[in-house]
Write a protein that binds this ligand. Structure first.
Ligand SMILES: [Zn+2]
Length: 302
């Protein structure tokens, strides 16, 4: 089970903060975030609204993903190459994602207003507390910094679905199983676990210098007026804790970040190996008759 690395007592304080929280409008934040409508044109090169997505949205998740299904999450859709070699890839559901980011940004802003919560988020470090206070006073920088980490969190979830598919592909080739190897619920929890641990592990400054962040921002930047790399500061020590209570308590969407006991060690080990290839080195483990995954990142309005 993933848990932020703070004492239970402090985690409880964060949980209490999140459970009593109500979203409201923060003009100082809204002026740093564009509406989807106003930037739709600039986003068009990345938008792919695949017709059949509508048939999948709102449907109950299958017990197990397979070559006959696509994966519809709240914030992204993953189309397995087992399902369609032409459409496979990660599709951010830009409307849902954008609405959610704005609420989350308000949540963070309000958390930073509370000096006790800020102190917990800063791991009781003066340097980190100072950084959070500085970001709070500069909402444009806060939005730029927060957005990169938020989007990487969701991106890592999507890549984890892809790694599970590759894992099944390898075993299929050896005649030892078929896609998907694990239950859909276990896969969702595992993907969320990976998203948290991935974001948590970034050393200060590394993410902002990565090709991954640059590529993701090249898709999304029109949504943030005045996006500038120089404004970006690493705040993942706080963002991971905030995302943890935001999704776990405020939204309580029921997806626990954990590796289920039903998943065996062999799958775990293979996942780790393939993950390194895919996420860290950005190399596709499986050669498909299509573009590599990093070029199959789209937006969908569905
Ligand atoms: Zn998922």
């Amino acid at each position: 089970m993933y848990k932020p690395k703070i004492s239970d007592r402090k985690l409880e304080e964060l949980v209490n903060f999140a459970s009593g929280w109500e979203p409201r409008e923060y003009p100082e934040l809204s002026k740093n975030i564009r509406t989807l409508k106003s930037v739709e044109k600039a986003l068009l090169p990345h938008i792919r609204d695949v017709d059949y997505f509508v048939n999948w949205i709102g449907r109950k998740k299958p017990k197990r993903y397979s070559r006959k299904s696509i994966i519809v999450d709240e914030y992204l859709i993953y189309v397995p190459y087992h399902y369609s070699i032409d459409d496979c890839g990660i599709y951010f559901r830009v409307g849902e994602l954008w609405r959610d980011f704005q609420v989350f940004a308000g949540f963070v802003y309000n958390a930073l207003e509370n000096s006790r919560i800020l102190w917990i988020l800063a791991d009781e470090s003066d340097v980190q507390a100072l950084k959070l206070r500085r970001l709070y006073k500069a909402p444009a920088s806060l939005i730029c910094s927060l957005f990169i980490e938020y989007i990487v969190f969701h991106y890592a979830h999507g890549v984890a679905h892809h790694v599970f598919e590759d894992l099944a592909y390898v075993l299929e080739a050896m005649g030892r199983g078929k896609y998907s190897l694990i239950m859909a619920r276990d896969e969702e929890e595992y993907c969320r676990y990976v998203a948290f641990t991935t974001l948590e592990k970034y050393m200060p400054g590394v993410l902002a210098r990565s090709r991954k962040a640059e590529r993701l921002i090249s898709i999304f930047y029109p949504m943030i007026p005045e996006f500038e790399w120089r404004r970006v500061e690493s705040m993942n020590f706080a963002t991971t804790k905030l995302l943890y209570v935001y999704y776990g308590t405020y939204k309580s969407d029921g997806i626990q970040p954990k590796i289920s006991g039903r998943i065996n060690e062999g799958i775990n080990l293979m996942f780790k190996l393939l993950w390194k290839n895919h996420y860290t080195f950005e190399e596709d483990a499986i050669e498909l008759k299509t573009k590599p995954l990093v070029q199959r990142i789209y937006l969908t309005r569905l």
